[in-house]
Design a protein around this ligand. Structure first.
Ligand SMILES: [Zn+2]
Length: 189
């Protein structure tokens, strides 16, 4: 089910389309510091975890830079594909953590081999969900919207269950929900 999603070019195309919309909104809003015009200043990324060949447009993390001299602030929109500095696509960071719950050892081994994630990375993500994600200001606020409360020990499985639709719908909904964690409005150095 989820594995088939990751191998589906249409699914990745959908995520890219959402990212383009988010980038267009970010650009239309102008510079967060001075209101100046934003120019494209994308990052090149080569995210791991896509068992399907995709065009090079999938390797771009959309980002903008203010055109005004003396400001040059950077504005990076939220993304459904890139979760912070992680080298794997966001969908993998979510799915591996979900599948890890209740997966047998051989099944987990098969999965990590298909996607190419080693055991140590899987453990690191588990720790991230349990300790870092739950400590973010974003989650501290967002969790109040869920009733009954989401079990923090079962993240992200306990979270994706709260969204409606088929597997793809729910995964996209969760990635959208996490958007505020992925964007940044950093000042240029
Ligand atoms: Zn500016």
């Amino acid at each position: 089910m989820y594995q088939a999603l990751l191998a589906d070019a249409n699914f990745h195309g959908q995520l890219l389309a959402f990212d383009r919309d988010l980038a267009a909104q970010c650009r239309a809003a102008g510079c967060p510091d001075c209101g100046g015009v934003l120019h494209s200043a994308n990052y090149r990324r080569k995210p791991r975890g896509r068992p399907v060949a995709l065009g090079e447009e999938h390797d771009r993390r959309f980002s903008f830079c203010c055109a005004v001299d003396g400001c040059r602030s950077r504005a990076t929109p939220p993304s459904l594909r890139f979760l912070g500095p992680r080298v794997y696509i966001a969908a993998i960071v979510v799915l591996i953590a979900i599948l890890r719950h209740g997966a047998t050892a051989p099944r987990m081994r098969e999965l990590t081999e298909v996607i190419g994630v080693d055991r140590r990375t899987v453990e690191r993500w588990r720790t991230w969900w349990r300790d870092s994600f739950t400590a973010t200001p974003f989650w501290q606020v967002a969790r109040a919207a869920f009733m009954p409360p989401v079990d923090p020990g079962r993240l992200p499985a306990a979270l994706i269950e709260r969204f409606a639709g088929d597997d793809a719908d729910r995964l996209v909904a969760l990635l959208r929900f996490m958007g505020p964690l992925t964007g940044g409005r950093m000042r240029a150095r």
